[in-house]
Design a binder for this molecule. Structure first.
Ligand SMILES: Nc1ncnc2c1ncn2[C@@H]1O[C@H](COP(=O)(O)OP(=O)(O)OP(=O)(O)O)[C@@H](O)[C@H]1O
Ligand SMILES: C[C@@](O)(CCO)CC(=O)[O-]
Ligand SMILES: [Mg+2]
Length: 320
């Protein structure tokens, strides 16, 4: 018996970091996914394999530890934490395939967590709803990272383009922004846990300066929601650029991200900003006119993806 589930990565249009402090945010599921297959192990070990990430590990689900035959460990911590909460320690084989760049602000950790949990619940016949799955996945990210908002795991679970309210209620946009978006990503990974902690340290040190900045990010997200509903693309772009200025003040920008942000604008993007935790990873650029010109400019130094928002959230064996 094999269980399988997949979940999308995401890109944040507005509100990264401020959403950790319950400000509203806007993010969308993208057409890049993580897929997890779980089946009974052929021996006494629980094995995790990923050809895409070039790793193979033997997991000790009781001690939440692993021995890595080869590859990098980071994403394993999310899978191990999910297993520690819901697995019965019987030996299983976990196969992870993923076409989301990791550590690139595109929600790879959330997609892997949501897909792992959905496959595990199917394997153990544990009933779940999208609401309960998103909450369980959020708890995993919280455990692994120390701090997190439910934004990434909600978007990976529900799919589509979502406005997350101050009350953490996901509200799906019925209309999509009919424009091209380009993702620029560096080879320098970000690490969400580390970046979120850095922002907290700055906030603790300068509350009278940082708190208003975080609140302004919330106002931007609300203005952007209205602009998206009106399909006012130029206003969406302008608000992205203002949001970027505030992210810069939180210290999550890097020279590589800045280079992509300004190359995008110079080559016709209406707006461009960091997407995700920053400190490496990705930018997103709104390019209604000439996305190829923006991609060509960024590709001189970094990498690009032309993304489409995807209505598909988590998919299980009946719907994959
Ligand atoms: N090649 C790799 N193989 C396995 N794990 C990796 C690899 N590169 C990075 N990691 C780890 O995977 C995790 C990526 O999660 P992280 O939340 O930092 O990035 P993300 O989810 O892709 O981006 P964001 O959360 O900003 O949207 C981190 O723990 C990182 O250390
Ligand atoms: C930086 C952050 O806001 C988004 C990371 O994709 C962290 C979070 O919301 O958990
Ligand atoms: Mg993440």
């Amino acid at each position: 018996m094999e269980s399988v589930a997949s979940a999308p990565g995401k890109t944040i249009l507005f509100g990264e970091h401020s959403v950790v402090y319950s400000e509203p945010a806007i993010a969308g599921a993208v057409n890049k996914r993580a897929t997890v297959k779980i089946r009974r192990s052929r021996n006494q070990n629980t094995i995790l394999k990923s050809k895409d990430l070039n790793f193979e590990a033997i997991l000790d689900t009781r001690k939440e530890s692993y021995s890595l035959k080869h590859g990098k460990p980071g994403i394993i911590r999310y899978i191990l934490n999910a297993l520690s909460k819901f697995h019965d320690h019987t030996p299983i084989e976990i196969l992870l395939s993923i076409n989301i760049p990791i550590g690139s602000g595109l929600g790879s950790s959330a997609a892997v967590t949501v897909a792992t949990l959905a496959a595990l619940f199917d394997y153990h016949d544990i009933p779940f709803t999208k609401e309960s799955l998103a909450q369980d996945a959020y708890n995993v990210e919280l455990d692994v990272q120390g701090m997190a908002s439910p934004l990434d795991t909600i978007v990976s679970t529900y799919g589509g383009l979502i406005y997350l309210s101050r009350e953490k209620k996901p509200i799906s946009f019925t209309n999509h922004i009919n424009s091209n978006f380009v993702i620029g990503f560096t080879t320098k990974y970000g690490n969400t846990g580390k970046m979120v902690k850095n922002v907290k340290n700055l906030k603790d040190a300068y509350p009278n300066i940082i708190n208003p900045i975080i609140e302004d990010m919330g106002f931007i997200a609300n203005e952007a929601r209205i602009a998206i509903l009106k399909n006012d693309i130029s206003k969406v772009g302008e608000l992205m650029n203002i949001n970027q200025g505030l992210l810069d003040s939180l210290g999550v920008n890097t020279s590589e991200l800045s280079r992509m942000i300004y190359l995008a604008r110079k080559n016709g993007a209406l707006g461009s900003k960091i997407t995700g935790s920053g400190g490496g990873g990705s930018i997103i650029a709104l390019c209604p006119h000439n996305p190829d010109k923006v991609m060509k400019a960024i590709n001189r130094y970094d990498n690009t993806l032309k993304i489409k928002f995807s209505k598909d959230g988590v998919l299980t064996k009946d719907s994959i």
